[in-house]
Ligand binder design. Structure first.
Ligand SMILES: *Cc1c(COP(=O)(O)O)cnc(C)c1O
Length: 347
């Protein structure tokens, strides 16, 4: 598929290592399956992420073990806490490049190598981002991207897995299509009359139509990310002096993807009141994220509770996400920031 090849080119990986799937969630599931995760294994994950980052572990009967974040200035997974959570059952680590900013990849790569663990990158927020001249999604054993409608590169529903090992990528390719050895297209073209099923697979394919949308978006990705960078920088100029908010990632290295614009309110600010008052002024805000370990299903399944991850819990209680997408203008950002400052002064 053309999109697969073009995305591999963008990442700088061999074309055969790049596999389009139906979603990032499906991609995470297949990446972990081909990396050998099975019942009873543990995989260390951030709790400050979308629930799919942890659910993919559970699909394989394995246990998500949550690690804390570094802090409000860098709310990505803390390699030191990951190290503390390693047990004899640990098989690997999933990091997530929150808001489009790289997690501590060199440290995580070293830690995983030293303990013979795999590293999977959840790159749903960060297509087109890089640090040290190397694209995010190519540092670990697998990089899983999302092309859902609200992501930096959208095709409606879709995802892509970049596997480091070509043989594992071939397995991802087979498992996304029922575990079958030959494609419908090959049979249609007369290359094959029958097929075998060699392992348990799924229907995790996407459609040609979605991939065609993706191709058009791919051509605009870097320009759209640059636009997000420009808007982020204006937000930072306008909100940086406000003493009741803190802005994460001010010293981020490399080229982030600026997926969302998170701010962190000082403890004395009532977040609910702030979000309500913003809505009354026509500004939509959201929260990234309610911590995964505090969801009912996780509490009931794994006995997780408040106090498990103090830094994540503190961040998640104070974070607010302001509007950011490439369709906004610098003028829009100035209006939003002005309203936000007025709301904060009125509380
Ligand atoms: C959106 C998202 C996902 C899931 O992506 P889908 O393509 O919708 O499955 C996974 N992880 C993170 C961090 C996300 O933001």
């Amino acid at each position: 598929m053309e999109f697969e090849r073009r995305f591999a080119e963008l990442l700088g990986v061999p074309a055969e290592c790049s596999k389009v799937v139906s979603s990032c969630t499906a991609g995470l599931h297949l990446a972990l399956a081909t990396l050998g995760v099975s019942r009873g294994d543990e995989v260390i994950v951030p709790s400050l992420s979308f629930v799919a980052t942890a659910n993919c572990v559970r699909y394989l009967g394995a246990i998500p073990v949550f690690a804390d974040i570094l802090g409000p200035d860098d709310p990505t997974i803390d390699p030191a806490d990951v190290a503390r959570k390693i047990s004899p059952h640990t098989r690997g680590v999933i990091c997530m490049h929150y808001a489009g900013f790289a997690a501590r990849l060199p440290d995580l790569v070293r830690l995983c190598r030293d303990h013979d663990l795999f590293l999977v990158e959840d790159v749903a927020h960060a297509p087109g981002a890089a640090i040290g001249g190397r694209m995010l999604g190519t540092w670990g054993d697998a990089g899983c991207f999302s092309f859902f409608s609200n992501k930096n590169l959208a095709m409606g529903e879709g995802g892509l897995v970049a596997m480091r090992e070509a043989d594992l990528a071939a397995r991802v390719g087979r498992m996304r299509s029922h575990g079958m050895t030959s494609l419908t297209l090959d049979r249609h073209n007369g290359h094959a009359f029958s097929y075998d099923v060699v392992e348990l697979g799924f229907n995790f394919r996407t459609t040609e139509l979605a991939a065609a949308l993706g191709l058009a978006q791919l051509g605009r990705l870097f320009a759209a990310n640059a636009r997000r960078a420009e808007l982020t920088s204006r937000y930072r100029e306008l909100l940086g002096r406000c003493n009741v908010i803190r802005l994460p990632f001010l010293n981020a290295p490399g080229n982030p993807a600026y997926h969302i614009f998170p701010i962190v309110l000082m403890p004395e600010v009532d977040r609910h009141a702030f979000m309500l008052a913003s809505r009354e002024r026509g500004i939509q805000t959201s929260i990234h994220y309610p911590p995964i370990h505090l969801f009912t299903d996780f509490r009931e399944s794994f006995g997780t509770a408040e106090g498990l991850l103090p830094i994540t819990e503190d961040y998640a209680a104070r974070e607010v996400t302001l509007p950011l997408h490439p369709g906004l203008t610098v003028k829009d950002i100035e209006i939003i920031a002005g309203e936000v400052i007025q709301v904060l002064e009125s509380l």
